[in-house]
Design a protein around this ligand. Structure first.
Ligand SMILES: Nc1nc2c(c(=O)[nH]1)N[C@H]1C(S)=C(S)[C@@H](COP(=O)(O)O)O[C@H]1N2
Ligand SMILES: [Mo]
Length: 197
């Protein structure tokens, strides 16, 4: 079953294509550095910070939490959007339920195997479309797109979606990720063109 999340734009704007974006049929790759090589067997996800039960999840523990497939759009801050990507994964909300987020948590930071980080306010991060995805269009997520597991955030510019994700940290204060420290928007809403902070 594929859940359609391509209509979420109605919350934010009139058009599915956000202002200043153009559609592409291809799926360009944008990485700031080297592409890490991590297998599903080697991969694990550390979930820590303002949570009741910090854990490190291996592949089996992670996928046992509950897997779903969503059809989503993908908006890159450099101006391209790709419609109708089918991503299969575990939602961050499902992971958060598992660890029990403390009531004073307000912010989330994601960590990745290439030392990339990105951050989101807790409410934005816990929306149901924030997926830790491991399949794209029914196939294992390609390594250059963040395989084995990446975050996808169809309600945000795609720099919020850490490829090769290795950790999720819950914080009681706002924290900044790699691009956010360099002037990119914390909230990054494409329909409001929140590109720069
Ligand atoms: N770990 C990691 N995640 C990352 C990046 C990166 O350099 N490293 N680049 C970000 C940026 S700026 C974008 S636009 C998207 C690009 O995803 P794609 O290469 O699958 O198109 O990944 C985001 N996630
Ligand atoms: Mo980007």
């Amino acid at each position: 079953m594929v859940e359609d999340r391509t209509e979420l734009y109605r919350e934010f704007g009139d058009e599915r294509l956000p202002p200043g974006q153009h559609r592409t049929e291809s799926f360009p790759v944008l990485s700031k550095g080297n592409v890490p090589r991590v297998t599903r067997e080697e991969w694990s996800l550390s979930v820590r910070g303002a949570v009741e039960d910090p854990v490190t999840l291996d592949w089996e523990a992670f996928t046992d939490l509950g897997v779903e497939t969503q059809r989503q759009d993908f908006h890159c801050v450099t101006g391209w959007s790709r419609f109708d990507c089918a991503f299969t994964g575990v939602s961050l909300a499902t992971v958060a339920d598992h660890v029990g987020v403390e009531s004073d948590a307000v912010h989330v930071r994601f960590h990745a195997a290439d030392d990339y980080t990105t951050d989101l306010p807790l409410d934005d991060a816990l929306r149901p479309e924030t997926l830790l995805a491991f399949e794209f269009d029914g196939d294992p997520l390609p390594r250059d797109h963040g395989g084995p597991v990446r975050v996808v955030t169809p309600h945000k510019y795609a720099y919020k979606g850490a490829k090769w994700v290795t950790g999720v940290e819950f914080h009681t204060e706002p924290v900044r990720g790699f691009w956010e420290k360099r002037g990119y928007s914390v909230t990054a809403n494409p329909w409001r063109e929140e590109r720069y902070g």
